[in-house]
Design a protein around this ligand. Structure first.
Ligand SMILES: [Ca+2]
Length: 89
């Protein structure tokens, strides 16, 4: 998935590997792992600051939210699939 994760105006790439690990690059050269395993990843500017955010649903159903590639929130409880699906539009 492509998005401007840093607010520089330059798009980076984020993706989920086959084992569920999450990786991103902002310079197309260095890939950084975000700890944890997920089964779904969405790129969307959810807080409206103009910078794309990463939202991931972990295998245990918890939701992880990264703003400017900084982890800011873990949604408690089970994933709300309607919320994740909304992020894909
Ligand atoms: Ca944002």
């Amino acid at each position: 998935m492509v998005g401007d994760f840093t607010g520089t105006g330059i798009d980076g790439i984020a993706g989920v590997a086959s084992d569920g690990s999450v990786w991103y690059t902002t310079d197309m050269a260095t890939w950084t792992n975000i700890p944890g395993l997920v089964d779904k990843l969405v790129v969307k500017d959810l807080n409206g600051d103009g910078v794309d955010d990463l939202v991931a649903r972990a295998s245990d159903g918890s939701i992880w939210y990264h703003d400017r590639l900084v982890h800011v929130d873990k949604r408690a409880g089970q994933a709300r699939s309607d919320k994740v699906a909304h992020g894909e539009r």
